[in-house]
Structures are given as C-alpha cells and as structure tokens.
Write a protein that binds this ligand. Structure first.
Ligand code: GLN
Length: 198
C-alpha cells in the first residue's frame, strides 16, 4: 500500500488522486490518498503531489498552515514528489515573482505565466525521455523553466525549453499530467524506478 498525499490547499486535487491510483493499479499497488489541507499528515505519506492552481495562493497557504516545512522534510528524507504547473512554481528555487514564496526544493528558476503570454492554454504531443509514444501534455497558463542546475535532468522540452525535469526525488512539470487518462508521468514519478520502498 502506497500512501500518497495530495496537497489540497488550493487547485486541482481529485484528478491527481485518480491519476496516481491508476498508475498504482498498473503495478498492482493500492494507493491510499490523503488530501493535505493542514499540517500533521505529511509525515505519514510515502509520496506527495503538489498540484496546479495559483502559485501565489498556494505558497501563502502552505506557509500559513506550516505545511511548507513538512514538505521540505519529506524531500530531505528523499521521498518522491510530483509538482505540476503552479506546484512546480512553488517547488522551484526562484519564481521571478516576490508574491510567491518558493520552497527551493527543485534547482530551477521559473517564470510564471510565460507560455500564457502568447497563448493561454494548449495541448501538445511531448517527447519524454524513456517514453515510447509522445505524452499528451495540457498546458494551462504554464510557467517557463528558465534555468536548471547541474543536478537537474531534463525529461522533456517544448519549444526549446525544459517542461519536465527531475531533481533527485522531485519530478516537476510545467503542464498538467493529471488532465488526461495517460498516467505515465505519475508512473515515472512514483513507480517506474521504484523510487520509494513500501
Ligand atoms: N499561472 C499559474 C500560477 O502562476 C499556474 C497555472 C496552473 O497551475 N495551471 O500560479
């Protein structure tokens, strides 16, 4: 049984819960999903999901509830995290926006809404390292990843920019992998490399 926490202070939560359950089922692994709205339950989770939404609101609520420190402890313990869209912004080292208090868990700098300036949202077939077929990536007011540190592996690029990255236990995506029936990104983050012993 894998215990997954979906950070649910704001943003899309139920789609992520469904996606990680689907990915688990493909590995005969039952997934127990907890929605995290206040401090006290992160330590019980094997893996965490940091969903999209509005990064200013998410970072403020994480700090207010004291969940920010718990997420940092989770990553320090080497436990997996999947951070998507606004979740990626919050997890990054710097978001180029003072209103977002980043957690500095993923060695990357991002630019909020950078794709969104040209086009609000779009879907693109994305070549992801280790995937045989392109992944249908849904971008919604997506951030651009400007710079990544030496230890960061770029898993996918769009328009010459990284849009999926791995930094140790964290996988971050600029797009929303929970919005299609394809759960390969959740698989890659949590199951494929048996990143977590349960
Ligand atoms: N642009 C949003 C932000 O800055 C993120 C959008 C999303 O998560 N779909 O928080």
């Amino acid at each position: 049984m894998l215990r997954a926490g979906v950070v649910a202070v704001q943003g899309d939560v139920s789609e992520h819960a469904a996606a990680i359950r689907r990915a688990g089922a493909a590995h005969d692994e039952e997934v127990d999903v907890t929605k995290i709205r206040q401090s006290g339950s992160v330590a019980d989770c094997d893996v965490l999901l940091l969903p999209g939404g509005e990064s200013t609101a998410i970072s403020r609520l994480l700090a207010r509830e004291g969940i920010d420190t718990e997420i940092k402890n989770h990553v320090e313990a080497g436990k997996p995290v999947l951070a998507t869209c606004a979740g990626l912004i919050v997890a990054s080292r710097d978001a180029n926006d003072d209103r977002v208090e980043t957690l500095d868990l993923l060695d990357a700098t991002v630019n909020r809404n950078a794709f969104g300036r040209q086009v609000d949202s779009f879907e693109a077939p994305l070549d992801v390292t280790s995937f045989d077929e392109p992944f249908p990536a849904v971008f919604i007011r997506a951030p651009v990843i400007d710079e990544v540190g030496d230890g960061v592996e770029v898993l996918a690029e769009w328009d010459g920019r990284p849009v999926a990255v791995r930094d140790g236990p964290i996988v971050g995506t600029a797009f929303h992998p929970e919005l299609t029936a394809d759960s390969r990104i959740h698989d890659l983050a949590f199951f494929e490399e048996r990143a977590v012993e349960v």
